[in-house]
Design a protein around this ligand. Sequence first.
Ligand code: FAD
Ligand code: DHB
Length: 397
Amino acid sequence: MANLRTQVGIIGAGPAGLALAHLLHLQGIESVVLERHTREYVETRVRAGVLEQGTVDILCGSGVGERLKREGLQHEGVELRFDGKGHRIDFQELVGKSITVYAQQEVVKDLIAARLGYGVPIYFEAEAIRIEDYQDNPKIYYLRDSQNHEIACDFIAGCDGFHGICRPAVPEGQLQIHERHYPFAWLGILAHVPPASHELIYTYHERGFSLLSMRSPEVSRLYLQCVPDEDIEKWPDDRIWEELRTRMATREGFVLKDGPIFQKGITPMRSFVATPMQFGKLFLLGDAAHIVPPTGAKGLNLAVADVRVLTRGLVEFYKHRNRELLSQFTERCLRRVWKCQRFSWWMTSMLHRFPQEDSFSHNIHHAELDYVTSSRAASTSLAENYVGLPFDTPGLF
Ligand code: FAD
Ligand code: DHB
């Protein structure tokens, strides 16, 4: 049993854990990062792709935005498409902001490179198996190279995602869970073909939702609504392209060229919030505390927003021994979490086809799409949420 001591023990090297470790380092606060997978695994795991302007500002302001600025694709609007017609929501004109398309695994690579670059390790293939005494003297027990190790720390940051160990370490009865399941999932692909549009297209169609996104001028990212227990084997490439073409067709003859698909996966849809997000000296951040359905691309951005709140709290504590901001962590995070939950739930409900929709629901659904694309007030609300709501408090970066 090898023992370590640190100020903040961080479990998980996803966007939340890595961003937290990076921001704390810049403030002179020491941390240890444990990650159960290999570096290669976390650097190639395909997930989100849209960064809010506030997330871009934090990454660039903290010195990890060089490649993001060079390779990220800045978008000033999105298209909503239904009844064979597209409607552009112009973010710049409506709210004066934009979003950046830059894959989550690229953010992860940049944060890993930054940490290793200033000579601080990340423990890969180190699985936290238990946390103890998080009210007083927090300890993390982990397994690495088949050996047991222990870290004593001032605080534990549970950045270990939805299936991690930190949230389940809290006794039942102390956590309140709020959740919603959806009767569909997304089938997502990456393909070597130039994107058929220079901006994202969210489509509502009788056969279900579809989304055109991208990763670079040569790589398209596309999604299709499917059933929750979809068998990916039933979706050969030709069937995927055919279905995408049907759903994205316009009266003006939109052309979606196909190309070699090099990655396929099913993303489940869920809304989930666990409250509170703190227990003594344990804090839950990102997917460990909340999950949004992917429509609207809020998951990664929300994880970074939690990190921003905890960093400020820890800086106040270590620089001025003031616990006030730390004590407000849950309350400050949840204000944004619930607004993002509302937005993601609303976008999901508006853009997906629900099984057994009766004629009343169908017409209301249609009216919602018509309203949001024809009213400046409604379009502005969508744009304001999509680019990211302003932060309540000033940040450090
Ligand atoms: P994670 O990225 O899950 O990181 C948690 C890390 O903790 C992982 O690396 C994990 O290996 C590690 N870990 C877990 N347990 C332990 C342990 N016991 N010991 C050590 N390490 C541990 N969002 C969007 O906005 N758009 C999308 O298209 C989108 N697609 C998604 C697709 C999938 C399949 C999933 C799962 C999520 C998707 N998301 C998407 C959500 C977004 O990717 C997440 O919100 C984001 O990754 C949250 O970051 P995080 O750091 O909180 O958690
Ligand atoms: C992407 C994912 C989303 O969930 C979304 O709403 C927009 C884009 C993407 O992976 O590019």
